[in-house]
Write a protein that binds this ligand. Structure first.
Ligand SMILES: Nc1ncnc2c1ncn2[C@@H]1O[C@H](COP(=O)(O)OP(=O)(O)OP(=O)(O)O)[C@@H](O)[C@H]1O
Length: 263
């Protein structure tokens, strides 16, 4: 494929000698009407860690990350990001927080009428309010190199394959250097080879930018590649946690069947 030749090989892991918790969730609950979507979510995300959340459709995985970003308000429970209670933040405080949190949603759309460079400059000038063109150019170049698309700056999104657009979407999120990344099904809709490329890129970006990430996915290969730790969500709770290999051979039949079923 034309767009995979520049993918960097996986770097050596970043040594994080801190156990700093960047996201703390305890007893989180969220209902919509009669429907208890989050019943009791507990999770501590450490700095530099990739946690993958696996679960079937409609389990509340997206609702969890929307709560983290303050886009939804939980009904009960503790939720702190960088030690600050998200549920008590004003709109201004949430805005500041969201600068430190990058999202890659399933649809991660680019602006079709802008070149790749303009798409990448947008968060720098609009969100970070950068004015120094040299710094802007440097950041654009660096992030494009990071996602293996150094030659794509002057292309239009319509000239790119689905996998390339996904990578530019990721570049646009990473260009503001978020400390936390929230990925909502980053490989959905991509073919297996492109999915693998994106998963490897997520891992590389974690190592390069030292971000802490929550990655929601149905894609077991994505989980295997990116996860330091996996949690399995069912019926509004995280029912198991461990490394990919630990969960694959879990004593809990449901957890094991989850892995086996989706092979
Ligand atoms: N704003 C909302 N208002 C009402 N119901 C909602 C809202 N957001 C989510 N839900 C409901 O909460 C449930 C969980 O949704 P969520 O999108 O978190 O699932 P998910 O685990 O991410 O699944 P999928 O993999 O299909 O995206 C669904 O039944 C959904 O309809």
């Amino acid at each position: 494929m034309a767009d995979n030749k520049d993918i960097a090989t996986v770097d050596q892991p970043v040594k994080t000698d801190t156990n700093e918790v960047v996201i703390h969730i305890k007893g989180l609950k969220k209902s919509f009407g009669e429907k208890d979507v989050l019943r009791d979510i507990n999770l501590d995300l450490k700095r530099g860690e990739n946690v993958v959340v696996l679960g079937r459709s409609g389990q509340g995985k997206s609702v969890t990350i929307q709560c983290i970003a303050g886009l939804l308000t939980p009904d009960d429970g503790e939720l702190t990001v960088f030690g600050e209670d998200v549920t008590q933040m004003s709109e201004d405080e949430l805005k500041q927080l969201r600068i430190k949190i990058g999202f890659l949603f399933q649809s991660g759309a680019l602006y079709d009428s802008m070149t790749v460079r303009e798409n990448l400059e947008f968060p720098l000038t609009r969100v970070l309010k950068l004015k120094d063109q040299q710094e802007i150019d440097q950041r654009v170049e660096e992030v494009l190199e990071g996602v293996g698309l150094a030659d794509a700056a002057d292309k239009m999104p319509s000239d790119l394959s689905g996998g390339m657009r996904k990578r530019i979407g990721l570049a646009r999120t990473l260009i503001v250097k978020p400390e936390i990344m929230l990925y909502d099904e980053p490989t959905t809709g991509l073919d297996p080879i492109t999915s693998r490329e994106i998963s490897e890129l997520i891992l590389n970006m974690q190592r390069k930018y030292k971000t802490s990430s929550i990655i929601i996915t149905h894609d077991l290969e994505c989980a295997k590649i990116t996860a330091d730790r996996v949690v399995v969500m069912n019926d509004g709770e995280y029912i198991a946690e461990g490394t990919y290999e630990e969960l694959q051979s879990s004593d809990n039949e449901f957890v094991r069947s989850f892995f086996n079923e989706q092979k």
